[in-house]
Design a protein around this ligand. Structure first.
Ligand code: F6R
Length: 241
């Protein structure tokens, strides 16, 4: 694992978008798994522009969904799918056949997790995974306490995560559960990018990077990844020295 610190959010977003573009330029059939959330918003905007200006096509890539709110349809505004669809899939012209989604409305959650693990295996693994970091150290929906060896699973969301869902989906019943790739899938990604910005993330970044490697802080697992890059702006990195 290595850490890269950028002056500010814009520089961080430029670097994140460059790394994704470089990966796809080298490997046009790359399998990508990309987080939603606030952190990557600008990186995705830049990525769409760079894909056009550098003539890098994503039309042969595959996209694996990192996580999704169980019980929320993909069409619901703010679902993980809807977010990526608006920020990336539509602007990049990605077709439905290139995207492997959780069926968040399924009656058989275990089968859905098995199907996702199988799909990843059949695609020969994830070439590039980009994750953000929750203030409690979560990655995807892997909340504190999640075993490092677990693959795709149903996560019982923590109160803070549920609250963010309630804000995101006003008036919609939140099940308190989410589908997520597991920390095993995170460790298996061939290239793992972890991005965080802003002062609010400084404390958890310090715990994850300098504290014990522990399931209490899911972020700390990235230190066990040989090809992980933790990409931070100066504010998120401010407690590392
Ligand atoms: C989103 C996701 C979450 C976020 C994390 C950070 O798909 O998996 O783990 O990456 O909560 O969110 P932001 O970037 O909004 O601070």
């Amino acid at each position: 694992m290595k850490t890269e610190v950028y002056e500010n959010y814009i520089a961080l977003s430029e670097a994140v978008s460059d790394k994704i573009i470089e990966t796809v330029k080298e490997n046009p059939t790359a399998v990508l798994c990309l987080a939603t959330g606030k952190t990557p918003v600008l990186a995705y905007e830049l990525l769409v522009k760079k894909a056009a200006s550098r003539k890098v096509s994503f039309s042969n890539c595959m996209f694996i969904q990192l996580d999704e709110w169980i019980g929320i349809s993909p069409q619901t505004e703010g679902s993980c799918y809807d977010t990526l669809n608006r920020q990336l899939f539509k602007p990049l012209g990605i077709s439905a056949t290139q995207i492997i989604l959780f069926n968040a409305l399924t009656g058989n959650e275990d089968e859905e997790c098995m199907k996702m693990n199988e799909a990843i295996k059949n695609l020969d693994g994830i070439d590039l995974m980009l994750v953000g970091v929750g203030k409690n150290g979560h990655i995807g929906f892997n909340e504190p306490g999640t075993d490092f060896g677990i693959g795709t699973h149903v996560s019982a969301l923590q109160p803070a995560t549920i609250e963010s869902g309630l804000n995101k989906f006003p008036g919609v019943a939140i099940t308190g559960k989410g589908f997520t790739l597991g920390l095993k899938n995170v460790l298996d990604a061939k290239l793992l990018l972890v991005a965080a910005n802003g002062e609010a993330k400084a404390d958890i970044i310090q715990q994850g990077m300098k504290g014990d490697i522990t399931t209490d802080v899911p972020l700390s697992v990235v230190r066990r990844h040989a090809n992980a890059i933790v990409m931070l702006d100066e504010e998120a990195a401010s407690l590392l020295q």
